[in-house]
Design a protein around this ligand. Structure first.
Ligand SMILES: NC(=O)c1ccc[n+]([C@@H]2O[C@H](COP(=O)([O-])OP(=O)(O)OC[C@H]3O[C@@H](n4cnc5c(N)ncnc54)[C@H](OP(=O)(O)O)[C@@H]3O)[C@@H](O)[C@H]2O)c1
Length: 251
């Protein structure tokens, strides 16, 4: 499959190679946390309880490419349950992106209850060099924790709930500094509230959802609203209704 080529609308109008446009900044020692989310034009993060109805072909291609660029994918257990997540699989657009790295990024599932099916492929069929990671807190049930340890790598960070900056520092200590958070909205709200979100890649989907669907951040108002700078706007020639926005936190 030929690499996808997009059109850049901002900061200038020119062809854009997404692998270059979304390259992580070089930060070998510290984590860089990117979120990739999709919302309808009226701000809904789900349609009928899932995000799938919002997407399109170019969005799916970008979703896969961003996975290929990452060392680890962080996702909430709510999304794993709602979307039936499996282990990451190499995408056709990855090319040589992962030269010198594990075949796929590790999936890091955030859960306090550990109400997860440890016999599901997301745990049993992960690539051997990218075992699925369970990210939980000290308050987790010891029996569920023991079950998790049998099928996954476990990171415990935080007392009652996962402390995201501490967890990201632990991942960075393992050499996983290019982090991709795929939500869901409740996890992402906490990551942003902790001041740990460096970048938001937002796909704007050309639909109106209406109703009371959550936004891409679903939590308490941020104590200090994060100011973001617009890094680029891309458009896929064959999927022009979607806009691919990349915002980076202003330091
Ligand atoms: N629009 C988009 O781009 C997008 C992206 C992703 C998902 N979604 C949609 O969003 C929905 C799911 O999102 P969601 O916000 O309900 O759930 P979520 O953020 O994916 O997951 C929430 C769960 O994560 C765990 N968790 C969250 N914070 C934690 C903490 N600090 N410590 C320990 N565990 C923690 C808990 O799991 P336990 O209950 O296991 O303890 C919690 O129930 C689905 O409909 C999905 O389709 C949309």
């Amino acid at each position: 499959m030929a690499p996808m080529l997009m059109r850049r609308l901002s900061p200038d109008e020119s062809p854009a190679d997404p692998a270059e446009a979304y390259a992580y900044p070089p930060r070998p020692d510290r984590p860089w946390v990117r979120a990739n989310m999709i919302a309808s034009v009226d701000g809904a993060a789900t349609l009928e309880g899932r995000s799938g109805g919002l997407g399109g072909a170019a969005d799916r291609s970008l979703f896969s490419l961003l996975r290929g660029l990452a060392d680890a994918i962080i996702v909430g257990a709510g999304t794993v349950r709602a979307e039936g997540y499996g282990p990451p699989r190499p995408g056709p657009e990855w090319g040589s992106l992962r030269a010198g790295r594990s075949a796929t990024p590790a999936l890091v599932i955030v859960s306090r209850t550990l109400d997860l099916d440890f016999d599901a492929p997301v745990f049993t069929a992960a690539a051997p060099d990218a075992a699925t990671v369970v990210l939980t807190a000290q308050a987790a049930d010891p029996n569920r924790l023991a079950a998790a340890r049998e099928r996954a790598e476990v990171i415990v960070a935080g007392a009652e709930r996962v402390d995201f900056p501490a967890a990201f520092a632990r991942l960075a200590g393992q050499g996983r500094t290019r982090l991709l958070c795929e939500g869901g909205p409740r996890v992402l709200a906490q990551v942003a509230a902790a001041g740990a979100l460096d970048e938001l890649c937002l796909t704007l989907s050309p639909v109106l959802g209406g109703g009371g669907a959550p936004r891409v951040l679903n939590g308490a108002p941020l104590p200090v609203p994060s100011e973001l700078g617009l890094a680029h706007v891309l458009q896929a020639p064959d999927d022009e209704g979607f806009l691919f926005l990349r915002y980076v936190r202003k330091r």
